[in-house]
Design a protein around this ligand. Sequence first.
Ligand code: SF4
Ligand code: SF4
Length: 261
Amino acid sequence: MNEQAVAVENEKEIKEINPTEIMEFLNARFGARFRMWLRICAHCGLCADTCHYYLAHDKDPKMIPSYKVKHLVKLLKKKGRVDSAYLEEVYNTVYHECNMCRRCTLYCPFGIDIAMMISLLRSLLFSQGIAPEGLVKAIENYKEFGNQMAVSEEDWVETLEWCEEETAEELVGLKIPIDKKGARIMYTVNAREPMFYPQDIMEVAKIFHVAGEDWTFPSKDGWDDTNLAMFCGDAKTSKMIVENTFKRADELEVDKVAITE
Ligand code: SF4
Ligand code: SF4
C-alpha cells in the first residue's frame, strides 16, 4: 500500500478485502444518479482541459476526469472481487489524481459529477480501513478534542484572551467576546489559526471592533470550521463536526454563524 495510506485503526492491519462488504457498501449508495452518470458519459473528453491534473501531466489521457471513475465500473463488474494491489491503484487515483474540485462537472454537457463519484470511492476505501495518514490523525483529533489540531478548550480560550490583550494595545477597548449569549454572529475559524496564525484572529477582531459588530466565539467544540473527515468520506465524523457548530450556535442563540476564509 502507498506509504501515505494507513489503516484507519492503528492497531489493525489494513482489513482483508471482503467482496461482500464492498458490494454491500456500494449497493447501499450507488443509486440511480450514479448509474445514470456512468451510462450517459459519452467519453467526449470535453472535461479533459478543465482538470489541472490533466494539464499538469502533459495531457496524459489517464488524467481525463471521466477516465478516473473507471474504478467504479470495475468494482461493480467484478462484484467487489479485487485484490489489495487494485485498491492501491484506486487510492492513488482518488487521492493523487483528483482533489474533488468539481471543475469538470461545470464543463460536462451532462453535468456528470466526477467529484461525487471520487468521493464515493474515498468513502469505500475508508470503509475498508484505507485513508491518508494525515486525515486519519485529524479525524482522531476531531473525535477527541473537537478540532483537527488537538487544541484543548483551555488552550483555545487562553489564546483568545492573549489575542485580545495584544490587539487591545492597538485598538483601545477592543474585546474578543467568548460565549456571548444572543450575539448576532458566532465566528468560527480554521483550527490552524490558534496554532499557527493567531494574527488572523486578531485581524478579524479588529474588523469586528471597527464595524461595531455584535459577535462572539464559542469556547467549546464547534469553533473549528474545517471538516477534513469529509475528504476521506468519513460521514459519521463529518456529521459530528457540523453538529458541534450548530449545537453551539443554538446554545448561544446567535443569528448567524460566520466562518473564516
Ligand atoms: S464526463 Fe462529461 S465531458 Fe467528460 S467525457 Fe463524460 S460526457 Fe464528456
Ligand atoms: S473534480 Fe477531479 S477530475 Fe474533476 S477537474 Fe477537479 S481534480 Fe480534475
